[in-house]
Ligand binder design. Structure first.
Ligand code: HEM
Length: 394
């Protein structure tokens, strides 16, 4: 049922999990909403608002006083199952836990991790190179972030295949596991590591975070589980999706491959611009009070969906937003690929390093590559949009 406060001219039927045409082009599918008003109400998935213009997306994302993170997603019940720390917290509680997580992901740890990321990326590329082709998503994009995560939490090599299965379910759920089952599997897997790090802190991500006091006390076991779960669910498919989009861009634009091979010092700026150009994360909020915006009222209790794609690809946010310009000045307005405001991604520095290392290693070790036109590129929608297959040849 459509609530009475939703004006008729704001009603659309747009399924965020499956926008029309998403399998061919995630960005084009979303961009159709930029033609209409800044805020629309979709009747799909139980009914919720979608911010559909750059300034509306950004302003609402920044409004953590009136929009809560508790709901996690428009999917009913998902927030109650996951209980992520710090993602689903608000206000002072969020600030305290976020601070501890940020300390664990401080740039000195990210810098220290880089040689390991180079090594893991190098091994994967060395295996792929002689083959002359691959499905980039399954054979690289999804494998590298998982291996990096396992290095971050210092998981022994022999334990890795078990989490690989879980990683596949996280990035490409095949429907064989419910959300509860997935959460339970993640917890069961992570728990021995969490317990060990709480008892005997080492030099790994979980230890760094869990040895930071929160609100003047130590972490409880429940809080530790919720935080580790957040890192696992937040740091895998997001990075895999970004790798996929970056590789797709380069496969379609051999001139950019050449430029970055010839001038590798452009790679950090290229990583920033590619991350702006290919945003695939969207977040959900629940209104804790009535909010007037774009001539309508979001009522207390309403769900609001904020897709970063509609901020970054709005021509009012960035000049010619679909053009990839490695010399674009990204300082006047920050893009929202990593979010904005109180919940901006705590893994942003790590993610940026991963993208830079991927570009450096792939471009320096692989010959020019392109799409394998005998097979389709397929994409998916959802809270993290992504390529699900990306056949490459070289
Ligand atoms: C390209 C890769 C990534 C993208 C696009 C991305 C995107 C985002 C976005 C948009 C948010 C804001 C959520 C909100 O406002 O509700 C966020 C938050 C978060 N991200 Fe990332 N992320 C990436 C990588 C990572 C990595 C590698 C980690 C950690 C290992 C991570 C951990 C988190 C956590 C814990 C939060 C919650 C922060 C808070 O609530 O204060 N992310 N991310």
């Amino acid at each position: 049922m459509i609530p009475a406060h939703v004006p008729e001219n704001r009603i659309v039927n747009f399924d965020i999990f499956n926008p029309p045409g998403v399998e061919d082009d995630y960005f084009a599918a979303w961009k159709t909403l930029l033609q209409g008003p800044g805020l629309v109400w979709t009747t799909a998935n139980g009914g919720h608002w979608i911010a559909a213009r750059g300034d509306v997306v950004r302003n609402l994302w920044n409004d953590s006083a009136r929009l809560s993170n508790q709901c996690l997603a428009v999917t009913p019940g998902l927030g109650e199952v996951m209980q992520f720390i710090p993602l689903q917290q608000d206000g002072a509680e969020h600030k305290a836990f976020r601070m501890a997580v940020m300390k664990g992901l401080a740039s000195r740890y990210v810098v220290a991790l880089e040689p390991r990321v180079v090594e893991i990326a190098g091994e994967l590329i060395a295996n792929l190179r002689p083959r002359g082709s691959c499905d980039f998503v399954a054979e690289f994009a999804e494998v590298l972030p998982l291996n990096i995560f396992l290095s971050l939490i210092d998981v022994p090599l022999e334990d890795r295949p078990r989490l690989r299965q879980l990683g596949v379910q996280l990035t490409r759920p095949d429907g064989s596991m419910t959300v509860e089952g997935l959460k339970q599997a993640a917890d069961d897997y992570l728990w021995p590591f969490i317990q060990k790090r709480m008892a005997e802190p080492g030099d790994d991500l979980f230890s760094h975070i869990l040895s930071e006091p929160v609100m003047g006390r130590g972490w409880t076991e429940d809080e530790a589980r919720r935080m580790c779960r957040n890192l696992l669910f937040g740091g895998l498919d997001t990075v895999a999706a970004m790798f996929g989009m970056v590789a797709l861009h380069l496969a379609l634009n051999p001139q950019d491959q050449r430029l970055l091979r010839e001038q590798p010092d452009l790679i950090p700026a290229a990583a920033d611009e590619l991350m702006r150009r290919y945003p695939t994360v969207a977040v959900s909020r629940n209104a804790v009070t009535d909010i007037e915006v774009d001539g309508v009222t979001i009522c207390k209790g309403d769900l609001v969906y904020l897709p970063s794609v509609l901020h970054n690809l709005d021509p009012a946010s960035f000049d010619a937003p679909e053009e990839v310009r490695f010399d674009r000045d990204l300082t006047p307005i920050r893009h929202t690929t990593m979010g904005v405001g109180a919940h901006r991604c705590v893994g942003a520095g790590l993610a940026r390093m991963e993208v830079i290392v991927f570009l450096r290693e792939w471009l320096s070790q692989m010959p020019e590559f392109r799409l394998d036109l005998t097979q389709p590129v397929r994409m998916k929608g959802g809270n993290v949009g992504a390529c699900i297959t990306l056949p490459l040849v070289w």
